[in-house]
Design a binder for this molecule. Sequence first.
Ligand code: SF4
Length: 492
Amino acid sequence: MIKGYINKGVFINYVDCPTLGWMSKRGLIPRQNGLNNKLLMLEGRNIHKLSWKLFPEAVNAQKTDIITSQQHTQQLIEENKQTILEASFVSGGFSVRTDIIRKTENGAWHLYEVKSGSKYKVKYVEDMAFSAMIMSKAGLKVESASLMHLSNDYRIGMDAEKLFSSLDCSEKVSAKMAQYLEISQKAFEDITSDNMPQPYLKRQCKNCPVFDMCMGKNVKNHIFDLPRLSGIAIEELIALGADTIDKVPPDFELTAHQNIVKNCVLTDTVYVGDNLKPELEKIKYPVFYLDFESVTTIMPLYADIAPHTQLLTQFSIDKSETVPEVSQHFEYIAEHTRDCRREIAEKLVEYFGKEGSIITYSNFEKVAIAKLSVMFPDLCEDLRKIIDRLVDFEAIVRNNYYDARFHGRSSIKKVLPVMIPEMNYEGLEIGEGGDAAAAFSFMAMGLYDEEKIAETKKNLLQYCAQDTFAMVKIHKFLIGACARQTRKAEFL
Ligand code: SF4
């Protein structure tokens, strides 16, 4: 029999998929250990602490472990404390630590769930329903529940009350709790059993964190490699017994892009679209390759910025005069103590000059420059001209080049190792966008000393430069693919 209590995460995973719940209780789900995850945890803790300011009369029940926290909670309830922070409950093999509970006039309890998101999400109700269920199993009546999420109107310097918006979720929580109560005994038996619940393919598997260890294990060309496959299409294919692309019936309706992927798998070939060459021929020299980095923190980093605002912090540009080779490199990283978006806009205008295509890999740069053009009306015309010169390589690859090893994706991190196997992010201190954003945030939050800041900025510049250079290499690769295609056609 497995030891320990079933917590919220395990139970909610079980509701999604019994196998997943069983695996998560045993710690079989890969942990997220990156800087990005550390930032999320740090910000989450800070938001919870800020929420406590709204309840100055409250007492905190948290102790070192769940059992002593539960005992302390019990003691505080017996002492007739009206508002308790971090109250813990254990019952029927389950445990939960709530955010804030407050006694109502009727002697029941109101549950507050603090979330760092800025709008309602169904999963918040699921969290609240689990808490309410365990409280009720422990003998407390939960009369009502509200979500405390962040307000977009908050700005640095305002009081904590302005940081939160409250939403009454009592009815939704009550309905969900009733569902949970019905399945809780079976969930307990399944999760604690020595035998793992039999996994089976379903739409949830597509985004499951253990897919590669479970339904995707040793499966080549899974139907999930078909890009943008809808939930309904997944269910229809599963009902037809088609778990891999080769089993998809010939008359099953697929999009043009999905058909390209399917044909590549069935014929074991690489797809080079007829439009690839004309698309590449439209690119005008000198060519610039542009990559942005940005940060999105929960709490604003600078004045006059709302929570969750995405801020540009960095860019890297490679310039090619006649062929995809770097003739000049420009880079910029923001001063971490202030909002440098104006400076970024000015530098872009300066570096890009008046002519030549500007290649990006995704639509992100286009959207970000459009936002800058709205923020700084005096630069709007120049920035709009830059937008007119942008060429999104991801769209070109998505529509015109496919290798089954892309597994239905077109992101630079997926296509680069296939197109340019010798080019990877190993050896870089920062090798992933989320970690780059987190590293910058830690600097802006004042958590790094001067030495660490200098090292981090160097690592961030290297990372951004690598993404930019990857586009140069991809450009060269695609030109080569067109040439190979032409030779093949001539030979045939
Ligand atoms: S891959 Fe599917 S069956 Fe396996 S744990 Fe995930 S959701 Fe459940």
